[in-house]
Design a protein. Sequence first.
Length: 305
Amino acid sequence: MPFQQGSARTRQRTVLLVGIVVLLVTLILAVVLASVLTHGKLEVSPKMMKWKDRGTTKNLQEVILGRCYSYVMARYPELGDKDCLKIWESLKHAFVYKDPCNITSEDYQPLLEVASHPIPCNKSLFWSKTNDLAHRYTKSNQNFLTLEDTLLGYMADRVSWCGDPSAPGINYESCPKRSECESNPSSVFWKMASKMFAEAACGVVQVMLNGSVEAGAFRSSSIFGSIEIFNLNPDKVSAVHIWLMHDIGGPQSESCSGHSIKRLKSILEERNFTITCEDNYRPVQLLQCVHNPDHTDCRPCTNAT
């Protein structure tokens, strides 16, 4: 009898151990299966939309941080208290994992608050259809600043970014153009940055326009014509100086007495600004002639002593 009782207990222990082993194996298999299924969901998540514009700039974080540190440490050390990491985080949160056609001004508000800085009076230079010339001028003459010469504009100039609701939250392949959807990350950002730049202007402001554009130097649909001009503060801005530049060797489609310039002057006068306009502002024309010294348009420049 004692031997039989011992055998029964051994069988019971064996059954119990087998049951525990089976339970453990079941749990392990369940965990592995769950992991596989979860990974599979990430693999088969909806593909990102294919847009018409270039995708997010590669190594965007490094580009933004590098430009930020360069700006506040080397170019304008008086802005050294700016937190570049916080600026990057504010930009990232504005678009990552978000629908790139549903970006709002509220998304960028934290970024504008941490990256904004005062603009000295008499230094603001606005431009339209004179991108290259305006920035060549501000590089050679530190007395003027375009939007792209501010911290916000310097970091974002010629850089692209947009998000996507699915993983990894950033679309490196393509981003939407304004024609595809107006509330895209780039359009919303530049509209807000332009508005802030105009609001900060004080004293005399300059506007560089292109008189060789056939459609007219001033366009109501441009950022300057639709946003910046209406956010200049008449209580802070004393005068607006228009520099109407013509391409060297290009057509002179419009002068300061042209139709679109008259329309611009009318808008500014209604807002009580004092206005001047000068065809081919000489300091800028001299810069144009550096690249075209032998052209007939530059003879007055090269002969002047």
